[in-house]
Design a protein around this ligand. Sequence first.
Ligand code: C5P
Length: 400
Amino acid sequence: MLKGKHIILGICGGIAAYKSAYLLRLFIKAGAEVQVVITPAGKEFITPVTLSALSGKPVISEFFTANTGSWNSHVDLGLWADAMVIAPATASTIGKMANGIADNMLVTTYLSAKAPVFVAPAMDLDMFAHPSTRRNLQLLQEYGNHIIEPASGELASHLVGKGRMEEPENILKAVDEYFTKSQDLAGRHILITSGPTYEKIDPVRFIGNYSSGKMGYALAEECAARGADVTLISGPVSIKAKHAAIKTINIESAQEMYNASVAEFPQCDAAIMCAAVADYTVENQASHKIKREYDEIPVIRLKKNPDIAAALGSMKQDGQLLVGFALETDNERENALAKLQRKNLDFIVLNSLNEPGAGFMTDTNKVTIIGSDGTCQEYGLKDKKLVARDIVDTLTGKLS
Ligand code: C5P
């Protein structure tokens, strides 16, 4: 899977830097093109001459090349890369990455990188165990980076504990597995509904909700990154899909979302119903703006909206999967399971309103995935991008 891939190998100033030469060699052998970016301290541990000889490219360390004045563009590098692998990653660089301190070429390149980033920490056991290192690694993980945990063993200090950089073969394996898995939705077509719906009261007012669309958009990006063609049916939100394989259909009302979903579902392998659809719409929608000067207080009469998930559940053919979401305040699991059965879903993602940091408008979420057989898998509080990864992992495991 690494053949032809563009990899930035970031090297920091730690004794494990000597192993980076071997890792570089493995990447080259696997057919990848490697650009080394090294921190100033990294050069104290391994010479750029060794690394440029192995990679066949000049090593980048400074923002400018002193003798020519030419500029090393971290933005171009970030766009060029299919992956960035930082091995060894020292406590200092991990701290800078977690906090956006871009005072060298490596961290600047990291901040510009659009590709997945792998971080292989290497440090003394006490540095690794320090709460600041733990917190910074946790932050990097929440930002969507892949942490390749260090192994336990004898360290350069001769102390024994956790902090040894993972062996180059295993780092290569982790990156290779990522690329193998990363295309597990190739040739699939996934439908995703996302965001709120707006139900018009009059030409300038509506009934809506606080859904930001972040969870649905994260799901769309994750499916597209893993090779799927995605149709994203989105209510009004302030974010935009980035991946070229995502076709966005913008709608406002639940009825419009229903029409688009019913038309698209027959062409899809799976649908993920992530939208916060209004349960009711306005029956007596006014064609002109309702004026304050009216003598009588206007009455807004409601009628039921169609249940899109349930409609797709009744259309579902063999081989198609349907995923729903549930936001519950009481008897969470029982209610979610009942909803799964009522709507003929294959699994349901329960997010609790009782959890701080979960649900509407946040960047994080905490979910439990409930299968049609009632099995529950609980996950911790994570960035919505990582929650999307867990949900899509469950989906790919069930696709035939
Ligand atoms: O019934 P409830 O609204 O709690 O169900 C939530 C699930 O059903 C979500 O997956 C949501 O996207 C979907 N839904 C829908 N159409 C509706 C209401 C909910 O697709 N009208």
